[in-house]
Design a protein around this ligand. Structure first.
Ligand SMILES: C[S@@+](CC[C@H](N)C(=O)[O-])C[C@H]1O[C@@H](n2cnc3c(N)ncnc32)[C@H](O)[C@@H]1O
Length: 368
């Protein structure tokens, strides 16, 4: 049978309805598989959740699978190259194989599966930064305080540490860089769908507010060669932006503006983006951020809120888990399109289109 050309496959995979269908089928198959297990066995599996993520942490922290990039090796060979303990390398990689990220053959050689290849630091779609972040003390701290949050509703990280994650990151540049990398990895995953789903103008300016190093902005600019960009964020993330934007070939078209979501910034644009920004903040803070953007925006400009959308009574992966992540890490939550429109109305925005990209939602708001 002839294979479809990769460009055709890529195009098909950008269809939101197909992405949604695949997600729902996968969730249904997962539920069907769970239903086949006795409840205790299912709990054993669920409570073992710490195992895969901590195995992955051990792997990315030691760059354990980098030697497998070229092909299968024994644990002894890997340990020899990396100066590690051979028997432990075998046991950790065997554990990784249980989760389908590596393979172990009968002669004791390990290889990476196609999913496991995303553990490689220099893979195009690497998840190494995400794994480092999800297992960092900063994240674990927030998650471990969830029982108390149920009593007082306070954001877990803030209550546990007496600081916000933004203050924490500003004081820990290494972690700030790791966080920026994590966001970049997540954004690059969703960017093709977001870019394909929205009718971006051919010319004018797009301003990414709280845009990190500019990973979303860069993909929009790559798709529209005549557009210019403005990147607004704090000094830390902006410090890494120049190098990143240059690596995507759009540096010359972007102006970086140090600004504050609450105090204001100056950047006139046709389209503003807030990607995964509002979900970090409570309703009052979101209203203030929306007023800040409105103060910068000319009338008629569009603001696109790019987030996973959470309907209040719908349990769905990944959005409902991301919502708990926001509780553990920030003062925020995931919201529905209607909730965003209500918050934005008080800040001087009228509701526009709501587009389901299959992963992220695009909630369009028009400055009135
Ligand atoms: C969750 S990240 C999203 C980054 C980017 N939009 C993305 O999706 O890849 C939130 C961003 O908001 C920025 N941020 C947090 N507090 C801010 C503030 N007070 N003023 C400006 N930016 C802020 C952070 O530096 C970070 O880049």
């Amino acid at each position: 049978m002839r294979q479809l050309p990769p460009a055709v496959v890529r195009q098909a995979l950008l269809r939101p309805s197909l992405v949604r269908a695949v997600q729902r089928l996968s969730a249904a198959l997962g539920r069907a598989g769970s239903a086949l297990q006795p409840p205790q066995a299912r709990f054993l599996q669920l409570t073992g959740g710490v195992a895969p993520i901590m195995l992955m942490r051990a792997v990315v922290q030691t760059r354990l699978v980098e030697p497998l990039a070229q092909g299968p090796l024994t644990a002894e060979a890997i340990a020899g190259r990396l100066g590690l303990h051979a028997d432990t390398v075998h046991r950790v990689l065997r554990g990784l194989a249980v989760y389908g990220l590596a393979r172990l053959d009968r002669s004791g050689r390990f290889s990476l599966t196609s999913t496991g290849r995303l553990l490689l630091d220099d893979h195009q779609h690497t998840m190494a930064g995400w794994i480092r972040y999800m297992t960092s003390p900063m994240v674990i701290e927030g998650w471990s305080r969830l029982p108390e949050s149920l009593h007082d509703g306070l954001p877990a990280f803030n209550a546990a540490t007496g600081t916000t994650i933004w203050e924490h990151l500003a004081q820990h540049p290494d972690e700030e860089e790791g966080f920026a990398r994590t966001m970049r990895e997540l954004t690059l995953m969703a960017a093709p769908l977001i870019v394909a789903a929205y009718p971006w103008p051919e010319e004018g300016t797009v301003c990414d507010v709280g845009g990190g190093v500019g990973s979303m902005l860069a993909e929009v600019l790559r798709a529209r060669p005549k557009l210019s960009g403005v990147l607004v964020d704090q000094a830390g993330p902006l410090a890494g932006a120049g190098e990143y934007l240059a690596s995507r070939g759009v540096e010359a078209r972007v102006t970086a503006v140090e600004g504050d979501l609450f105090k204001g910034f100056s950047a006139a644009a046709d389209v503003y983006l807030l990607k995964d920004v509002l979900h970090d903040w409570d309703d009052d803070q979101c209203a203030q951020i929306l007023r800040t953007v409105r103060a910068a925006a000319p009338s008629g400009a569009r603001l696109l809120v790019l987030e996973w959308l959470q309907e209040p009574n719908r349990a769905e992966f990944p959005v409902s888990i991301s919502d708990i992540m926001m509780l553990a890490q920030t003062e925020g939550r995931q919201r529905s399109a209607a909730e965003f429109a209500a918050l934005a109305a008080g800040a001087g925005f009228a509701p526009g289109r709501v587009i389901d990209t299959g992963a992220y939602g695009i909630v369009e708001l028009v400055a009135v």
